[in-house]
Design a protein around this ligand. Structure first.
Ligand SMILES: NC(=O)c1ccc[n+]([C@@H]2O[C@H](COP(=O)([O-])OP(=O)(O)OC[C@H]3O[C@@H](n4cnc5c(N)ncnc54)[C@H](O)[C@@H]3O)[C@@H](O)[C@H]2O)c1
Ligand SMILES: [Zn+2]
Ligand SMILES: [Zn+2]
Length: 395
């Protein structure tokens, strides 16, 4: 067989594999769809250029509780303002768990998950000045439109047309993809593990910024999952004092032993935790309460814990109704705040804090999985007994 015939045959085989992927509805990207329009004459052009249709593997959440390996085409060259990145680590969080369980509003299937990313820049498009090939980066996965009023006011975290990688659009569980270069935050010191952790920490950072605790103030964090824990890092850095409330005694033990939190408590049916809370603070209720449970019951009840003229931040997310008697809020002239995603300066600050050793990432990373092994390991990460704080997938 001549070289040309062999190459042509290989190309045809690749095309037919791509077609099979498309036929089985595995949610490949528009870029792939474009490539599927290739004809025999395109292939001849490719042969003349000595190029092949390069295929790579991605992890696809086809539907709730069903991952598969999809064959997708390699990305083309990055366009203006874009960078082609090689994915090294993907952090898995509650959002991915909810997507897997089919409990995530706005999540659509099939989807390539992955929004907590440690990546390396492979090449950049025209006009890119932020990054260079070889740079190691954390990715800010919030793709904002840059034209809506929220974007205009700098609130890129809550753009009206926000598309979050791995949630609304395909994310990082694939070897390479193209991302706007303005969404990359570089570090010369952090490992890919650490870079993948930055986004989780950014959620806590933004929530604490919303509540802006003062030095010495008491802050009650309700919910000691990864998001609650990430708020604790920034409460400590603000010089405020953390109290943690959770139903799970093991999680509270972790707060005391690892996060250096002095005071923890569990909710009581009779409301007597209020007295316990006051005993920690010298009689007052906390000036700031951050609810990171995602429980509408907890969020409705959280107003009880806020001191007069205090602030309450909802960083946890629920699709259920949150309700409370208005006098509870009015008497205290309480400020109620939501916290969604994070801002670009949060990413830069966290990278610097880790570089300076002011955030220790070691306790955070509890589990690892190689790329394809993730599919088998993922269900076990949902089991609280396995005490997953952050699981990282090696791509
Ligand atoms: N604001 C954002 O942009 C953003 C980003 C990511 C995740 N989140 C949300 O943050 C929330 C927390 O995420 P996580 O990964 O830490 O979740 P998680 O489930 O691991 O942790 C929640 C914790 O809250 C505790 N809890 C539940 N109900 C409680 C109650 N009534 N009283 C006291 N404690 C209670 C649980 O025991 C658990 O320890 C979720 O709702 C998630 O969707 C928000
Ligand atoms: Zn996350
Ligand atoms: Zn916008």
């Amino acid at each position: 067989m001549s070289d040309e015939t062999q190459a042509m045959q290989e190309n045809e085989e690749q095309l037919s594999r791509v077609s099979r992927v498309k036929a089985s509805g595995t949610g490949v990207q528009p870029r792939l769809t474009r490539r599927l329009r290739w004809t025999r004459s395109d292939l001849k052009v490719n042969l003349r250029r000595q190029t092949r249709i390069d295929i790579m593997k991605a992890i696809l959440l086809e539907k709730p509780q069903h991952f598969s390996i999809a064959q997708i085409s390699e990305p083309a060259s990055p366009g203006r303002g874009e960078a082609l990145v090689r994915v090294h680590r993907v952090g898995i969080c509650g959002t991915d768990f909810s997507g897997y369980l089919g409990k995530m509003p706005f999540y659509s299937y099939p989807r390539i998950p992955g929004h907590e990313l440690g990546v390396e820049v492979l090449s950049v498009g025209e006009g890119v000045t932020e990054v260079r090939p070889g740079d190691r980066c954390s990715v800010e996965p919030y793709m904002n439109c840059q034209t809506c009023p929220a974007c205009g006011r700098g609130h890129t975290n809550c753009c009206e047309n926000l598309q979050v990688l791995g949630v609304h659009t395909d994310g990082g569980l694939r070897p390479q993809f193209i991302v706007p270069a303005r969404k990359l935050h570089t570090s010369t010191k952090l490992t890919f593990d650490q870079l993948a952790l930055v986004e989780t920490l950014a959620i806590g950072c933004h929530a604490v910024n919303r509540g802006h605790p003062l030095n010495g103030e008491f802050v009650l964090v309700i919910g000691a999952g990864p998001i609650g824990l990430s708020t604790m890092e920034f409460i400590r850095l603000a010089g405020a004092r953390t109290i943690v409330l959770d139903l799970n005694p093991q999680r509270l033990e972790f707060c005391r032993k690892v996060m250096r939190v002095d005071h923890t408590l569990v909710p009581c049916q009779d409301g007597s935790e209020l007295e316990q809370l006051k005993s920690f603070t010298g009689g007052e209720l906390p000036a700031l309460v951050i609810d990171a449970t995602g429980s509408n019951k907890s969020m409705s009840n959280a107003l009880n814990y806020v001191g007069f003229a205090g602030r309450l931040v909802f960083v946890g997310i629920t699709t259920a109704e949150v309700s409370f008697g208005h006098p509870m809020m009015h008497r205290r002239e309480m400020t109620l705040l939501a916290s969604r995603n994070a801002l670009p300066p949060d990413f830069k600050r966290i990278i610097q804090l880790i570089e300076e050793g002011r955030i220790d990432t070691r306790p955070w990373i509890t589990h690892h999985a190689m790329f394809e092994e993730m599919i088998a390991q993922f269900p076990a990460w949902l089991n609280p007994e396995n005490r997953v704080l952050k699981a990282l997938v090696h791509v």
